[in-house]
Write a protein that binds this ligand. Structure first.
Ligand SMILES: [Zn+2]
Length: 157
């Protein structure tokens, strides 16, 4: 459909006005102390801060196991974002199997290794193995009572 000359003239005027506005805005933005440049800079730092907050929150949730990376991608897609790029490579496991990691990424041994002196025999025992040692050492607990039963039944014979 062809435009009438009056419509064309109106369109040209509109485009020239818009072009003029863009040129004025560009000139204002090129003055670093101007209100326009300062406003854009303030908004930019606000948006950067919000993005960093969200990124840190998601990172922390995924690292601590509160959230799952595939769940995050699913929610992003559901919110109208771009569907995730085909199959992100899986994140490497933080450490080898069997080791635990605290929230700071430090490796935590599966058994507490601090040395504790046994009050009964004075031997040094790893803190994680102190309870079973004390059970045996003091002659209390399940194993000790089993041993006592064995001794009793042996005496009966
Ligand atoms: Zn002991």
């Amino acid at each position: 459909m062809a435009l009438k000359p009056a419509q064309l003239a109106w369109e040209e005027t509109l485009l020239r006005e818009r072009l003029k506005f863009v040129k004025e805005l560009k000139a204002e933005l090129q003055q670093p102390d101007g209100a326009a440049a300062q406003t854009v800079q303030a908004y930019t730092s606000l948006i950067d801060e919000v993005i960093a907050d969200v990124a840190l929150e998601v990172h922390r949730a995924v690292q601590t196991g509160v959230d799952d990376l595939s769940d995050v991608q699913h929610r992003l897609a559901a919110a109208g974002g771009q569907p995730p790029a085909p199959a992100l490579p899986p994140l490497p496991l933080p450490v080898a199997k069997g080791n635990m990691v605290d929230v700071f990424g430090n490796v935590v041994p599966p058994v507490a290794l601090d040395q504790v002196a046994c009050p009964n025999c004075n031997r040094k025992v790893a803190a994680g193995r102190f309870a079973p040692h004390l059970e045996k050492c003091m002659g209390r607990g399940r194993q000790a009572s089993r041993n006592a039963n064995k001794r009793l039944s042996a005496m009966d014979m």
